[in-house]
Design a protein around this ligand. Structure first.
Ligand SMILES: Cc1cc2nc3c(=O)[nH]c(=O)nc-3n(C[C@H](O)[C@H](O)[C@H](O)COP(=O)(O)O)c2cc1C
Length: 220
């Protein structure tokens, strides 16, 4: 690969090479959750690949940002749920600084959703129930553990994974002690609808002191 081929490929790409839906913020609900759920279903219907994956941004104890992809497990009145190991880098960052942000990008409809808030760990029972309602693969992955630790070799991973798969199949109720369900409790949620003429619509919700939601538009 040459520098030129990289730059040519980069410059040839477009975003939203499709008809984008209109978004009327005047008809948006009072709270962000119903709008999130409705946009999520729109993304599924539009054939958006993996709309249930999201970026999770955290900061370490020194305030340095970090980001990675995780799966959305639920979005309800409590907040946005995801799961991971408490002992992972993100788990340690969240324990030190629970402030975090989530980002969804659904290019099929030129939509982005950004969420900021505080992350609270759920109970061990909730983590157990959430994990054991999922696939054997999810359990095997959780049983491997040691997430974010340095790995000596891929052989070491293959051995640990084989053992974890055998255990997940033989003992489907096996506990994965560090596996934790987290809930991001939102204080701000922003909906971005891309527009062909670049008049993108940004609707920002922020939680007020009395627990209601205030809405405002933002310049794109
Ligand atoms: C599509 C996708 C989904 C993922 N889902 C999760 C998840 O739900 N939980 C998780 O712990 N890691 C998930 N990962 C792996 C994380 O992105 C990350 O590599 C891992 O959690 C370690 O992150 P950390 O070192 O910052 O803690 C996913 C990765 C991808 C690409």
């Amino acid at each position: 690969m040459t520098d030129q081929s990289f730059h040519d490929a980069l410059r040839s790409l477009l975003v939203w090479d499709t008809t984008l839906p209109a978004f009327d913020p005047g008809s948006a609900p009072e709270a962000p959750l119903p709008l999130f759920r409705s946009w999520f279903l729109d993304a599924v219907e539009a054939g958006q690949t993996e709309p249930h994956t999201m970026q999770l941004a955290t900061a370490d104890a020194d305030g340095r940002p970090d980001v990675r992809t995780v799966m959305l497990h639920e979005a309800d009145e409590r907040g946005w749920h995801f799961a991971s190991h408490a002992t992972s880098a993100k788990g340690r960052q969240l324990a030190a600084r629970p402030d975090a942000a989530l980002g969804f990008y659904w290019p099929a409809q030129g939509r982005q959703v950004r969420i900021r808030g505080r992350v609270a760990p759920g109970t061990p029972d909730e983590a157990y129930a959430d994990l054991h309602a999922r696939s054997a693969g999810a359990l095997a992955a959780a049983l491997v553990g040691r997430q974010s630790e340095p790995l000596e070799s891929l052989t070491e991973l293959a051995d640990a994974s084989r053992t974890a798969w055998e255990r997940a199949r033989a003992t489907p109720d096996a506990p994965a002690p560090t596996w934790t369900l987290y809930v991001l409790v939102p204080t701000e949620v922003e909906f971005f609808q891309g527009d062909e003429l670049r008049r993108h619509v940004r609707l920002h919700y922020s939680r007020t002191e009395d627990g209601a939601w205030a809405q405002r538009l933002l310049w794109p």
